[in-house]
Design a protein around this ligand. Structure first.
Ligand SMILES: NC(=O)c1ccc[n+]([C@@H]2O[C@H](COP(=O)([O-])OP(=O)(O)OC[C@H]3O[C@@H](n4cnc5c(N)ncnc54)[C@H](O)[C@@H]3O)[C@@H](O)[C@H]2O)c1
Length: 362
C-alpha cells in the first residue's frame, strides 16, 4: 500500500499536506488531488487524465508528481506550492462536460489551496469547462485570457538552461558549433531546435513520429536525423537533450553517452535515484530536468495575475541564473547538480515559508 504520510521519494523530509479523493458516480469522476506543500503559496500543478490500472497506481503517481511540482515551482521563483491531480479513466472515452465540471467543484471546494492546469490527457479547452465551476484554474485558452501553448516558454527555458551548462562546461554560453542531439521534436523539441539553430548549433534529431520529423526537415534541411533514441545517446554529441518521454537516462544509456552535457525538456529523465551520481562520475554535466523545463509552469502561472508574455518570458530567462547557481552549489558542496537543485528548492521553501511565522493582522 502507498504510504501517504511518508515522503514519496526519500526516507526523510516532509510529506504531503493533504490528499483528497473525489468521487461523482453519475459522471464517472474518480480523481485524486494531492497537495505536497503550500509553504510558498497555493499549490499549482496540472490534472493528468490517464487510464491507471489501479487506484494504487494513480495514488503513487499523484504523490510523486505533486512533490515534483513543489520543487519545480520553488526553483522557478514562484510564490506557489506544489500540487497535482489525477483523474482515473481514458480521456478519449471517459471525458465529458459533467465529469470535468464535477471535478471543478471539488477543486473549488479546496478554496484556493490548489490551482489546476493542463497535463497529459487534459487541454486548455478542458480547463475552460472546469472553470465554469471553479475559480482556481489556469492554462486556459487564449479566448479566456489564457497563455496558450506552454511549450513556447518551456523550450525557451531549456535553451537558457543549456546556455548556463555550456558556460559551466566550456566557459562560454554560446552553443555555436556545438553538436546538440534533440530526442523528440514534438511541441517542446521542435521549438528548441529553432533556438539552437539561431545560436549556430549543429543539430541532430530523432523522433518516432514521421510528421514531427518532417516539420523539422522542411524548416531546417541541414538538421541531421538519426534512427532512434538508442542511436542518439551513442552519437558523437556535445549536448544530449531528451525532449520525448522520461526515464531516458538509465543503467544502459549512461555508460554509452558521449555528450558532455545533458539538458532537455522531458520530465523525470533519471530512471532511478543514483543515475545522477553515475552521470557525475562520468564527467557528464546534468542540468536538472525540473529546473530547465520550468518555462511552461512559469507561463501558465503568470495567467493567475493576468497573462503578460513579456513578464513570463523575463521570468523564464532567469532559468539561466538558477541553473548556474545549481552548478556552483554542486561544486561547492561536492554533490551532483540534481542533489544541489533539491537542496536549493528545500532552502527556499524553508526560508520563505518560515515568514508566515511573522504575525500580520490580515
Ligand atoms: N509542453 C510543455 O510545456 C512541457 C513542460 C514541461 C515538461 N514537458 C515535458 O517535455 C517532454 C515533451 O513534451 P511535449 O509537450 O513536447 O510533448 P509532445 O508529445 O508534443 O512531444 C514528444 C515527442 O517525442 C516523440 N517521442 C516519443 N517517444 C519517442 C522515442 N522513444 N524516441 C524519440 N521520440 C519520441 C513523440 O513522437 C513526440 O513528437 C515531455 O516529457 C513533457 O512531460 C513539457
Amino acid at each position: 500500500m502507498t504510504n501517504v504520510f511518508g515522503s514519496p521519494h526519500k526516507g526523510t523530509g516532509p510529506s504531503h499536506e493533504q490528499v483528497v479523493f473525489c468521487h461523482d458516480e453519475a459522471s464517472g469522476l474518480r480523481a485524486i488531488i494531492a497537495i505536497y506543500s503550500t509553504a510558498l503559496g497555493p499549490s499549482l500543478g496540472g490534472t493528468r487524465f490517464y487510464p491507471y490500472r489501479s487506484e494504487g497506481e494513480a495514488l503513487a503517481d499523484v504523490l510523486n508528481l505533486s512533490r515534483a511540482m513543489a520543487y519545480k515551482n520553488a526553483l522557478a521563483g514562484l510564490d506557489l506550492g506544489g500540487g497535482k491531480a489525477v483523474i482515473i479513466g481514458d480521456p478519449a472515452t471517459d471525458k465529458s462536460e459533467a465529469l470535468l465540471r464535477a471535478y471543478g467543484r471539488f477543486v473549488q471546494s479546496l478554496n484556493g489551496r490548489y490551482f489546476t492546469a493542463c497535463d497529459v490527457g487534459t487541454y486548455s479547452e478542458d480547463m475552460d469547462v472546469v472553470a465554469r465551476e471553479c475559480r482556481y484554474v489556469t492554462g486556459r485558452t487564449v479566448a479566456y485570457g489564457g497563455a496558450g501553448d506552454s511549450s513556447v516558454l518551456t523550450a525557451y527555458g531549456v535553451y537558457q538552461g543549456m546556455r548556463a551548462a555550456a558556460e559551466a562546461a566550456w566557459g562560454s554560453p554560446s552553443l555555436r558549433g556545438r553538436r546538440v542531439g534533440v530526442e523528440g521534436v514534438g511541441k517542446v523539441g521542435h521549438r528548441l531546435v529553432e533556438h539552437l539553430r539561431e545560436d549556430g548549433a549543429e543539430v541532430v534529431v530523432c523522433d518516432v513520429n514521421e510528421k514531427a520529423l518532417e516539420r523539422v526537415k522542411v524548416r531546417h534541411p541541414e538538421v541531421e536525423i538519426v534512427d532512434d533514441a538508442a542511436a542518439m545517446v551513442r552519437a558523437d554529441l556535445d549536448v544530449y537533450s531528451p525532449c520525448a518521454l522520461g526515464g531516458s537516462l538509465d543503467d544502459e544509456t549512461v555508460p554509452v553517452l558521449r555528450a558532455r552535457i545533458v539538458c532537455g525538456g522531458a520530465n523525470n529523465q533519471l530512471a532511478h535515484p543514483g543515475v545522477e551520481k553515475r552521470l557525475a562520475d562520468r564527467g557528464v554535466l546534468y542540468a536538472p530536468d525540473y529546473v530547465v523545463n520550468a518555462g511552461g509552469v512559469i507561463q501558465v502561472s503568470d495567467e493567475i495575475e493576468g497573462f503578460s508574455f513579456e513578464r513570463a518570458k523575463a521570468k523564464a530567462t532567469r532559468i539561466y541564473d538558477t541553473t548556474s547557481r545549481i552548478f556552483a552549489l554542486a561544486a561547492e558542496e561536492g554533490v551532483p547538480p540534481a542533489v544541489a537543485a533539491d537542496r536549493l528548492a528545500e532552502r527556499r521553501m524553508t526560508s520563505i515559508g518560515r515568514l508566515r511565522g511573522i504575525w500580520l493582522d490580515r
